[in-house]
Design a protein around this ligand. Sequence first.
Ligand code: B1M
Length: 223
Amino acid sequence: MTMAVLEDLGQAVISGNAPRAKALTEQALAQGIDAGEVISSGLVPGMAVVGDRFKRNEYYIPEVLLAARAMKTSLALLQPLLSESKYEPVGTIVVGTVKGDLHDIGKNLVAMMLEGASFKVVDLGVDVSPERYVAAVKEHNAQLIGLSALLTTTMVNMRGTIAALRASGIRDQVKVIVGGAPVTQRWADEIGADGYAPDAASGVDIARELLGLRPAEVAIAAG
Ligand code: B1M
C-alpha cells in the first residue's frame, strides 16, 4: 500500500503532472513515508524513465521540462524535511552546476542532503564559471566545493574549474567533489578531484570523509 503512492508519484513525474505530484507527495508524507524514501523510490525512478524515453526519442524537451517541473514541485515539499538541522555547521561547501550546463535537479538534491547533514551550503546555481567558483570559495572560506555536470560536453569544465582553483593559489585549501550522471570515479581521478559521488547520499558521506568526520555521526538524530 505504501509503495502504491510512490509508484503513482513516479507516474506523475513521467506524465509531467505537477499538481498530482504535489498531492501524492503530501499523501506519502501523511502516510509516514520518509522524505528520502519518497525521493529514492518515487521521484528518481520516475525521472529515470523520462531520461530513457528522451534517449529513445519517445519524449522531447517539452515533456522533459514538464517532468522536471513535477519533480521540483515535489522536492519543494520535501526540502524543509531534508534540510532540518539543529546543529552548528560542520563545514562550508560551495556547490553549483558547471559552466554551460543548466541541469539542476541532482545538484539541488545534493545541496538539500548536505544541509540536512549540517553543512552550510552556498549554492551558486547553474552555468557557473570557474571564476565564480573561485570567488565564492574565497568569500565564504569554504573547505569543500561540489561540482555537478549532466552533459558529456560540460563535464570538461570540471577540469577547468580545478585549474582555476590552482591558478588562484587556493587548490590546497579546498577539497573538490564531483558528481552527475556522466561522471565516474575514473573521471574524478583523471581531473584530479578529491572525491566522486554517484548519488546525493554518498555525496554527504564523501564530504564528511574529506573533512575527516566519521560517517556514523550522520545518523545521530536531532534531539
Ligand atoms: Co537534459 N540531458 N538536456 N534536460 N536531461 C540529459 C542529461 C541526457 C542524459 C538525456 C538523454 O539523452 N538520455 C542528455 C545528455 C547526453 C550526454 O551528454 N551524453 C541530455 C541532453 C542532451 C540535454 C540537452 C542538450 C537537450 C537539447 O537541448 N537538445 C539540453 C542541455 C541544456 C543545458 O544544460 N545546456 C537538456 C535540457 C534538459 C532540460 C532543461 C529539459 C531538463 C533539465 C531541467 C532541470 O534540471 N532544471 C533536462 C533533464 C530533466 C534531463 C534528464 C531527463 C534528467 C536529469 C535529472 O534531473 N535527473 C537527463 C537524463 C538522465 O540523466 N538520465 C537528461 C534526476 C536527478 C535526481 O539525477 O541529475 O543524475 P542526476 O543527479 C543525481 C546523481 O547524478 C548525483 O546525485 C543526484 C541524486 O542522486 N549528482 C551528484 C548530481 N550532481 C552531483 C554532484 C555531486 C554529487 C552527486 O557532488 C557535487
